[in-house]
Write a protein that binds this ligand. Structure first.
Ligand code: CA
Length: 465
């Protein structure tokens, strides 16, 4: 029987934030268990160094930079994936899978004008292949601070409708992150000074929907419960669950029971909370006897960040912890730390435990899952997805020949070489994993060849339907 697929897609978790990748200041026994029972990748990448473009490319198989307006979206943006388009979810649905997504979406909802928060919120995940969804629309630091289940805001009452707006004045009578700053329970360092919800400033303004507003410290429990329920409800058939955690994105407000679990403050404690969530998923699979034939993939949507707009001591309490491991940079960065993330694959019935250095990317899920489930699709709509099934399952030690990394501008990986178009930088990661010495002037032919390859890849996608 075809395996169940559970994708645990974390937010802003760095390569070095996990025990099996070298973290010491935080214990991650459940993530480490996936590594011990599966394959741990050392050169796996997100398609971009920020969340919206990574998530877009993961689902569609198309690098987000091919399409305008696929950067970090405001919380009231329309959906940026065309309804009906082939996605990882629609493909697996066609293959007979029950498909569901729980947690962060951040790909826009509704038509171009944005969603109707007080009515049916559509188009959305249902129109791109997910039979079930329980979401936050954008991020924990953006309004509206409510959950959405199957096209409706959860817990909303007709007498207190939601209003949301970005980039304008606050609504009359609402708490304001600038004016009411002294009363915040987590202060902001940059932005995050519009609406105040649950004592925390956010990006964007919202009014109403008081009964529907989330409580940050309960969010991991709420999402995990929904993810577990999806697995339980679909245990008798192949299912695909995308469990997109809020952790460890800002605001980092873990539940009380995780506070102080690490010496690193809220950022470290959020990693501990995340590990607990992972443990709940694994325990559910064990309990239902699904572990053996479930393909679990664990990864992150971009590299790590410390101060991402709130004063939560992430910098001050870091100690000797290295969020990006040996790589330079992190979230938003063109260096390896931007896109090289934890990436674990476990499928006990099929995958032998070990370590893989294959160069792979989340954009490859679509072509690889199509191969896994014997599905065909129009390759023009997913021009960047390569079938890496053999690498993902450990049958092959080699992955991609080339990979484009993205953080505003583009970089090209080819073997151990890395070419950054901006300022013509070239690094040999085999000799210089930390990208400290630009060797472009020593290898002008390689620079020219990689620049030409990058341009060829960049211009090739223009033919998509
Ligand atoms: Ca992210």
């Amino acid at each position: 029987m075809q395996p169940n697929i559970v994708l645990i897609y974390t937010d802003d978790l760095g390569f070095g934030d996990v025990g099996c990748y070298g973290a010491k200041s935080v214990k991650t026994p459940h993530m480490d268990r996936i590594a011990r029972e599966g394959l741990r990748f050392t050169d796996a990448h997100t398609p971009s160094a920020t969340c919206t473009p990574s998530r877009y490319a993961l689902l569609t198989g198309e690098y987000a930079w091919r399409k305008p307006n696929t950067g970090i979206l405001p919380g009231d943006a329309g959906m940026i994936i065309e309804p009906g388009r082939t996605t990882v979810a629609s493909l697996l649905k066609k293959a007979g899978y029950a498909t569901g997504i729980v947690g962060k979406w951040h790909l826009g909802l509704g038509a171009n004008a944005g969603p109707d928060w007080n009515g049916r919120i559509t188009p959305g995940p249902n129109q791109v292949g997910f039979g079930y969804h329980f979401l936050m629309a954008a991020t924990g630091d953006r309004v509206p601070c409510v959950y959405i289940e199957n096209e409706q805001v959860v817990g909303l009452t007709k007498i207190d409708p939601i209003q949301v707006r970005y980039g304008k004045e606050n609504y009359d009578g609402e708490l304001d992150g600038v004016r009411d700053r002294a009363g915040l329970r987590m202060d902001w360092s940059k932005g995050h000074n519009n609406a105040v919800v649950n004592g925390i400033g956010r990006i964007g303004f919202m009014k109403g929907g008081k009964s529907a507003r989330w409580v940050d410290e309960d969010m991991a429990d709420v999402f995990t419960k929904k993810a577990v329920a999806f697995i339980e409800n679909n245990k008798a058939r192949p299912f695909f669950l995308s469990f997109n955690t809020h952790d460890i994105h800002v605001p980092r407000v873990p539940h009380q029971r995780f506070i102080g679990k690490t010496p690193m403050g809220p950022r470290g404690d959020a990693i501990a909370e995340l590990d607990w969530c992972v443990g709940q998923i694994l325990a559910t699979l064990d309990k239902l006897k699904l572990t053996k034939n479930t393909l679990v993939i664990f990864s992150s949507d971009n590299g790590p960040v410390l101060d991402d707009g709130y004063i939560d001591n992430a910098v001050e309490k870091l100690g000797d912890h290295k969020p990006a491991g040996p790589w330079r940079g992190g979230k938003y960065s063109l260096f390896e730390g931007g896109t090289r993330v934890p990436f674990l694959v476990r499928w006990p019935a099929r995958v032998k435990p070990g370590v893989s250095d294959a160069l792979v990317c989340q954009v490859d899920f679509l072509a690889s899952f199509a191969a896994l489930t014997g599905q065909s699709y129009d390759k023009r709509s997913a021009p960047d997805s390569e079938n890496m099934l053999a690498a993902f399952l450990g049958d092959s030690k080699t992955g991609r020949t080339t990979l484009v990394e993205h953080a505003g501008t583009l970089t090209l990986r080819e073997g151990s070489w890395k070419f950054i178009k901006q300022n013509q930088q070239l690094y040999d990661l085999a000799k210089d994993p930390g990208e400290s010495t630009n060797v472009a002037t020593q290898f002008p032919e390689r620079v020219a060849a990689m620049a030409a390859t990058l341009e060829k890849i960049r211009s090739a996608g223009a033919t998509r339907p």
